[in-house]
Structures are given as C-alpha cells and as structure tokens.
Design a protein around this ligand. Sequence first.
Ligand code: ATP
Length: 144
Amino acid sequence: TPLAKDGAVAVIGLGRFGGSLARELAEHGVEVIGVDIDEAAVSEYADIIAYASRADATDEVVLRQLGIDEVSRVVIAIGSDLQASILAASRILKLGNRHIWAKAISEPHAEILHQLGITNVISPENDMGRRLAHLIRGHISDFL
Ligand code: ATP
C-alpha cells in the first residue's frame, strides 16, 4: 500500500487524458498515484509514475487502501463511463479531499459533477476547440 505524501497527486483513470496528465506530472517530479480498473492501462504507466494500481475507484474501501484519503489533490479522469465517474467523484468528495478536478465529456455530465460539489470540472474537447479557435484567429491576423 503506497504511503501518500502531501505533494502527491492521485489520478483516477489512466486513459488518454489521465495518462498524459500523469506522465507530465511525473516528468516534473510529482509523485503520482495512478488508479485504473484496466490492467493494460496500469502496466503502461507502471514504470512512469510512482504508484500504478489496478483497482475500482468507485470502491471507498479500495480508495482508502491506496491512500487516496491522504492525498490533497485528486483528478478524476474517467470520461465515458458516466456511472463510474459520478460514483468515484461521490466517494472522493466523501473522503474530504480539498482539491478535486474532474473530467466531463458532456454538458449534463459537467452539471452533475458541479452539483456534487466539484468546482474544477474540465471538458478537454470543448476547451481545446476554443483554444484552437484562438490559435486560428491569431494565424489569420498574421495575414491581415
Ligand atoms: P480518454 O479520452 O482520456 O481516453 P475517456 O473519456 O474515453 O478517456 P474512459 O475510457 O471512460 O474515458 O476512462 C478513462 C480510463 O478510466 C480508462 O482507462 C478506464 O479503464 C478507467 N476507468 C473506468 N472506470 C474506472 C473505475 N471504476 N475505476 C478506475 N478506473 C476506471
């Protein structure tokens, strides 16, 4: 069982979003505790992050066993499985962590996460679309 320190960040779900987040944090010296229900995702990050565990993040007992209750920053990076995202968010809020970020894949998903009490809801596709619009506008203005 990993002993979490205060500088650690827990990443729940090591898909494309959670995985690249976990990797980037680890490369900058952050102790990352990664959790994924899928063994292949866990193996992919085993040598990259401090702790990679195969576990169901909707299970409160499991979250405590992994030391997530001692981590002050948690990112819920589960997208398409709405039920798993909401259950994990509910459990992690219950642990009393202070800083929680959660990924949403739709507007209703984002709204539910907000209603649960998660203030930092991220919608990567929407955010990237807006960012690209600004980049393209900047590109156009180069020719004006
Ligand atoms: P991405 O675009 O980042 O790949 P996605 O939006 O398609 O992600 P999912 O594939 O649903 O989202 O979830 C990302 C990761 O979360 C997956 O690797 C999946 O195995 C993991 N995951 C799903 N449910 C759980 C769970 N209950 N506990 C832990 N991990 C889970």
